[in-house]
Write a protein that binds this ligand. Structure first.
Ligand code: PGA
Length: 232
């Protein structure tokens, strides 16, 4: 089981330090891989404060070139130099607000994996796509650009469930996860309004290998509760 906290654009270095110090003091369940994904400016402090623990630190995005004239971007070698373990790519907020496409997501994923980072690649349908019966086609298309790698994990995040409080039912998540795994045999995390109250049921599904948690990962107590639910 893998539980990753996607902090999005929350927590600068000072708040990150507070969170990491408090997380470090908590007993996390054995057998659950725990990852936090702070904003770029907070990665260094998180790496430093979580060194020597089993908690890994990942970035929320990564560019496909090692360096170059790409204002505002961060490369895989830069993340490696910081001691960062991996990166999320293709989050639906990147696709929706920053014009990321299947192609750019694939390039980011491949380069990061080549550079030795672990990758959490996000896929998921919008509400309109689900309502018009396109979920399977969308997932097939988004997954088809990714190549199997030992360090690759996919996160199924139905866009309509992100930050909305609407969670996919456990059955619906299971169905999507089974499809994704039939296309690409890698661990698949569920994401979209995962909370301590619903984590147990979602994580109990046979093809749900963990969770990518947004809002509920910002608070140490609720994040730790979700990690505990993953160990049951
Ligand atoms: P949420 O976000 O848990 O706040 O819905 C999940 C995500 O976007 O990764």
């Amino acid at each position: 089981m893998l539980i990753a906290g996607n902090w999005k654009m929350f927590k600068g270095p000072a708040e990150t330090a507070q969170f990491c110090i408090s997380l470090r003091e908590r007993a996390l369940p054995a057998g659950v891989e725990v990852v936090v994904c702070p904003p770029f400016v907070s990665l260094a402090v998180a790496v430093q404060l979580l060194a020597g623990t089993d908690i890994a630190v990942a970035a929320q995005n990564v560019h496909w070139e090692p360096e170059g004239a790409f204002t505002g971007e961060i490369s895989a070698p830069m993340l490696r130099e910081l001691g960062v373990y991996g990166a999320i790519v293709g989050h639906s907020e990147r696709r929706q607000h920053f014009c990321e496409t299947d192609d750019t997501v694939a390039r980011r994923a491949h380069t990061a994996l080549d550079a030795g980072l672990s990758v959490i690649a996000c896929v998921g349908e919008t509400e309109a796509e689900r309502e018009s019966g396109e979920t399977e086609a969308v997932l097939r298309r988004q997954v088809s650009v990714l190549e199997w790698d030992e360090q690759l994990v996919v996160a199924y995040e139905p866009v309509w469930a992100i930050g909305t409080g609407k969670t996919a039912t456990a059955e619906l998540a299971q169905e999507a996860h089974a499809l994704i795994k039939s296309l690409l045999p890698v661990p698949v995390l569920y994401g979209g309004s995962v909370k301590p109250e619903n984590a147990g049921e979602l994580l109990a599904q046979p093809d749900v290998d963990g969770a990518l948690v947004g809002g509920a990962s910002l608070d140490v107590e609720s994040f730790v509760s979700i990690c505990q639910a993953a160990s049951r």
